[in-house]
Write a new protein. Structure first.
Length: 190
């Protein structure tokens, strides 16, 4: 007789998201959920978000390569003024307009109730663990411009909180067990 049991283990890599504000054509600050990407050479904005902001589109002709060398030709961009909630950080950004930036981030929502955040930490995206769409992507030059002093490691060192102009971004690896994935096998010899 042989008995085995297994549990499917799943790791989620948390990508750094934050809530920024972009001025629309009426000068009003509109909150956007963005991906802060230290590996991107261009900032991107979803076309539906660009339409909602109603900012003037400028012509451009840029080819952006991605995974596997795939290319996307970009024909328009906008100049957007981004800021944090307090207005202490402000910058003009060239956003290249694309139909879609990425799928939902994170792919699946996950529970963070076991994580104790330091009381002085203001999260850049309080819903970082909830699967949702991305309105824009901030390129490497902006990523490094927004960094500030202050870093914490949580969840046994798996999560890194880094202070930025928008609050603490959260990244790292969180291990969790996916629901409904238990497996138990029993082999008997009669």
């Amino acid at each position: 007789m042989s008995v085995s049991a297994s549990q499917k283990h799943k790791n989620d890599i948390i990508l750094s998201t934050c809530i920024i504000y972009v001025e629309n054509s009426a000068g009003e600050k509109v909150p956007l959920r963005v991906l802060a990407d230290s590996g991107s050479q261009v900032s991107l904005l979803r076309s539906s978000t660009a339409d909602f902001l109603n900012l003037r589109k400028l012509k451009t002709d840029v080819s952006v390569s991605g995974l596997g060398g795939s290319n996307v030709n970009i024909k328009s961009k906008i100049k957007g003024v981004i800021s944090n909630g307090s207005g202490s950080y402000k910058r003009v950004v060239d956003f290249h307009v694309v139909p879609k930036i990425t799928n939902m981030i994170p792919v699946n929502s996950f529970d963070i109730s076991h994580i104790v955040f330091p009381s002085n930490v203001h999260q850049a995206d309080p819903t970082f663990n909830t699967s949702n769409s991305i309105d824009a992507l901030l390129s490497a030059d902006i990523f490094f411009d927004i960094l500030k002093d202050g870093k914490y490691k949580l969840d046994n060192g798996n999560l890194i909180l880094q202070n930025t102009e928008f609050g603490y971004i959260i990244s790292g690896n969180t291990s969790r067990f996916s629901s409904g994935s238990l497996h138990c096998g029993l082999i008997t010899r009669l």
